[in-house]
Design a binder for this molecule. Sequence first.
Ligand code: NAG
Length: 181
Amino acid sequence: MKTSISSPPIFSLHLLLLLLLLTVSLPSIQCGDLVDQICKQTPFYDLCISTLRSNSKGTESDVKGLASVVADILLANATDTLNYIRAQINQASDPEMERALAYCAELYIPVVKYNLPQAIEALSKGQFEFASDGLSDAAKEADACEKKFSGSMASPLSDRNKLLHSLSDVAVAIVKILLKG
Ligand SMILES: *[C@@H]1O[C@H](CO)[C@@H](O)[C@H](O)[C@H]1NC(C)=O
């Protein structure tokens, strides 16, 4: 009998502690949920999560903020790839390889100089249709570049082209959410 009398206060103390814990941890749970919710609507969930988690802005943004984080990383990646292609051109001894690399550089230059910077600006202005077009150009050019390598000439850019295509798809998918909303 004694235990049943003393248990209600202990029970409510636990409840109070639980409520307190929930209140303290709720804001961070909600932030994580947005990234998770958004990434589930993209074709590459894991890449989306790791891209957004690697950026400090990725955890405290709204949907538009998340889209621009991915777009910025996409531009950084495309720029890095263009520099890599230029370095490869300088090292190439096979003229056919050199031609293919030069072709890829020609494809990446407008993406890095115009398409992506313009898409990022459009995104900040709320011009989501235009932003989506510019972001998807990166995937198209990465594919066109990859197709230039065939047969005995293995692509030295496969991993980079693939990552760029996937990042572009993720960025476009997030902008599509904005277009619907
Ligand atoms: C390219 O994207 C990947 C995946 O998000 C990221 O880990 C990497 O840091 C990016 N590279 C550059 C140069 O931005």
